[in-house]
Ligand binder design. Structure first.
Ligand code: 13P
Length: 280
C-alpha cells in the first residue's frame, strides 16, 4: 500500500488486465476525493499534476501535500508529474518525493526525444523514480480528431520498439487518435496501431486525453495494452458545473460539492477501467 512507483502500479495493472486512472487532482478537495474514492473502492490510483496547472497549484506547495496524502493511503497510490517539459521541474518533483515523472519531448525529432528522455531516465533511476515518455505527439486541440491531419503525429510501432530499448523508459504514452481536452465527437482510435505498438514493446502503455472516450473504447484499449489513462478535463468540468449549480457564497458547501463531483467522475472511470477491488 502507500506511495508506489509507476512501474509497480502499472505492472500489477498489466498482469491483472485493468487500467489505473491518472487524475489531474490539483487542490485539497480533489485530492481528498480521489484518495477517499480509491480507498472506498479498493482501487489503485495515480495522482498527477502538469506544469500547465502550476499557476493554480504551485508544485512546491501542492507537491508535498500529494506525497504526504499518498503515503497515508490504504491503497497503492503513485504521485506523478504529468507532461514534464523542463529538466528543472522534473528534478523538483523528484526532490519533493514524487514516485514518477513524465518527460514529454514528443515535440522534438526522434533522436532529440531519445536524448532528452534518456537524460531523465538516468537521473530518475538513481532515485528509484519511474519515467513515462511519449512518442508520436498527442494533440492539444481537443476537437473532433481528424485522422488525416494528424497521421504524421501518430506513434509508429517499429520506432516505439527502438525508442523504448534506447531510453529505458518505464511506460510509453501513445498517439493513436486521442487528444487532450473535450472531444466534439467520439474519437476514432486506431486500434490496429495500438495492437502493433503493444506487440513491439513490453512496457505498459498510457492513453492521454481520457475525457470523452467511450467505455467500449476504454475496454478495447485496455485489452491492447493500455494500463494508465489520463483524465483531467472531465474532472475539472464536473467541478465547474457543480460549483455553478449551488450558492457558491457558502465556501463549505462548495468544498463538499467539489469532493462529490470528483468522486463521481473517478468512480465511473475506475469502473470503466476495471480497477475496482484491485488494490493489493
Ligand atoms: P483530458 O484533459 O482530455 O482528460 O486529458 C488529460 C491528459 O491527458 C493529461 O495529460
Amino acid at each position: 500500500m502507500t506511495l508506489v512507483s509507476l512501474k509497480e502500479i502499472l505492472k500489477n495493472a498489466q498482469d491483472g488486465k485493468y487500467a489505473v486512472i491518472a487524475g489531474n487532482l490539483i487542490n485539497l478537495e480533489m485530492i481528498k476525493a480521489g484518495i477517499n474514492t480509491a480507498e472506498r473502492l479498493k482501487s489503485p490510483l495515480i495522482l498527477q499534476i502538469a506544469p500547465v496547472q502550476f499557476e493554480a497549484a504551485p508544485l512546491k506547495f501542492i507537491g508535498p501535500m500529494m506525497v504526504s496524502i499518498a503515503k497515508r493511503a490504504s491503497v497503492p497510490v503513485c504521485v506523478h508529474l504529468d507532461h514534464g517539459f523542463k529538466l528543472s521541474e522534473i528534478q523538483e518533483a523528484i526532490e519533493l518525493g514524487f514516485s514518477s515523472v513524465m518527460i514529454d519531448a514528443s515535440a522534438y525529432d526522434f533522436e532529440e526525444n531519445i536524448r532528452l528522455t534518456k537524460e531523465v531516465v538516468d537521473c530518475a533511476k538513481k532515485h528509484g523514480v519511474s519515467v513515462e515518455a511519449e512518442l508520436g505527439c498527442v494533440g492539444d486541440e481537443g476537437v473532433a480528431v481528424d485522422m488525416e491531419k494528424i497521421k504524421d503525429k501518430l506513434t509508429v510501432p517499429s520506432l516505439a520498439k527502438e525508442f523504448v530499448e534506447r531510453t529505458g523508459c518505464d511506460a510509453l504514452a501513445v498517439a493513436i487518435g486521442n487528444a487532450h481536452g473535450p472531444y466534439i465527437k467520439t474519437p476514432n482510435l486506431d486500434f490496429q496501431r495500438l495492437e502493433d505498438i503493444n506487440s513491439a514493446v513490453d512496457v505498459p502503455l498510457v492513453l492521454h486525453g481520457g475525457s470523452g472516450i467511450s467505455k467500449e473504447d476504454f475496454r478495447k484499449s485496455i485489452s491492447l495494452g493500455i494500463t494508465k489513462v489520463n483524465v483531467a478535463t472531465a474532472i475539472h468540468q464536473a467541478v465547474g458545473n457543480g460549483i455553478a449549480s449551488i450558492n457558491y457564497k457558502d465556501f463549505f458547501k462548495a468544498s463538499k460539492v467539489i469532493e462529490k463531483e470528483v468522486s463521481e467522475v473517478i468512480e465511473a472511470h475506475m469502473d470503466n477501467f476495471m480497477s475496482i477491488g484491485k488494490a493489493k
